[in-house]
Write a protein that binds this ligand. Structure first.
Ligand SMILES: NC(=O)c1ccc[n+]([C@@H]2O[C@H](COP(=O)([O-])OP(=O)(O)OC[C@H]3O[C@@H](n4cnc5c(N)ncnc54)[C@H](OP(=O)(O)O)[C@@H]3O)[C@@H](O)[C@H]2O)c1
Length: 285
């Protein structure tokens, strides 16, 4: 990975931090995208110390805000003219319905638009750096997801897990549509399920009663380590085995069959168009 530029979002914690560390250990230039300066700088120091690689950069962005995501991409482009690997990883589950600064439902804003917008804005750089790879950290939870275009912002009905599952389905739909659009460019895009991982995930749903409590207990006893959870992200970012492989969903470093609703190209196309509209973009079709 020496000589390659890699960006990892949500890189100060959990799966993202281990992914950033693994890329740094392999000699890549790593750009860690974090929302908190304090947590970001602390993770950056750790990654530099543990990897012995000082080409580890930090960019700050609240990826639930489109202005902040745009500013992060501008800051990246001002400094780098190449991007070989983009790992879209920052995500969360929100117990109560919240809205982003852009008026979008927060899970959609962070977990979907927080992948979609930076990626689309970075496509020119990724294409110019080909071969390049985009990795979207989704979840097996996508299987429980449904996309209802009449209620994309979950205004009528909000329940944290179904809305989270929908956002992880959107990650796979985004992957298959982007793969179609990137055909022949040398830029690949794949989605993955990291496993059930012991991270800070769900930490922002503090005080949400029995569901949160059961979730925490389940994590304590059944979840895998962040090192194990990051394996598929690292594999997709680095392995020669997946050179040229695109539009796939991976689980335990193997291509797996996603849910049938994740392969609906009409839904994927419509989600793309709606996301472009919300972001005020018009990317080439
Ligand atoms: N853990 C699991 O079992 C599991 C299973 C399937 C899929 N996943 C997926 O794995 C990915 C990583 O999650 P994780 O388990 O490693 O959880 P985590 O430890 O909570 O890491 C999430 C990362 O996202 C960042 N983040 C949250 N909100 C953000 C925002 N508004 N702007 C920018 N960054 C933000 C967090 O930053 P802060 O530290 O500042 O909050 C943190 O760095 C997520 O996409 C999640 O859906 C996890």
């Amino acid at each position: 990975m020496a000589g390659k530029v890699c960006m990892v979002t949500g890189a100060n914690s959990g799966i993202g931090k281990i992914t950033a560390l693994a890329l740094a250990k392999r000699g890549a230039t790593v750009v860690m995208v974090c929302r908190s300066r304090e947590r970001g700088e602390s993770a950056q120091r750790e990654v530099v110390a543990e990897s012995g690689n000082d080409k580890v950069d930090l960019l700050l962005a609240d990826l639930s805000s489109m202005a902040s995501a745009r500013a992060m991409v501008d800051a990246f482009k001002a400094k780098y003219d190449r991007l070989n690997v983009l790992v879209n990883n920052a995500g969360a589950l929100f117990a109560e319905r919240q809205e982003s600064v852009d008026g979008l439902e927060m899970t959609f804003a962070l977990n979907h638009m927080g992948y979609f917008l930076p990626t689309v804005l970075l496509l020119d750089t990724l294409k110019a750096s080909a071969p390049a790879r985009i990795i979207n950290v989704s979840s097996g939870a996508h299987r429980a997801g449904r996309v209802d275009f009449d209620d994309l912002q979950s205004q009528r009905k909000y329940s944290s897990f179904p809305v989270y599952a929908k956002s992880k389905l959107e990650n796979v739909l985004f992957t298959v549509e982007l793969a179609r659009r990137l055909e022949g460019t040398g830029v690949t895009v794949n989605a993955l399920h990291p496993g059930f991982v012991r991270t800070n995930f769900g930490g922002n749903s503090t005080g949400n009663g029995i569901v949160t409590l059961l979730f925490r207990l389940f994590v304590k006893f059944f979840a895998i380590s962040p090192d194990k959870g990051a394996e598929t992200s690292i594999y997709l970012a680095t392995s020669p085995d997946v050179e040229g492989v695109t539009g796939q969903y991976f689980d335990k470093k193997k291509a797996a069959e996603p849910a049938s609703q994740a392969k609906n190209m009409e839904t994927a196309r419509r989600l793309w168009q709606e996301s472009e509209r919300l972001a005020g973009l018009s990317a080439p079709r």
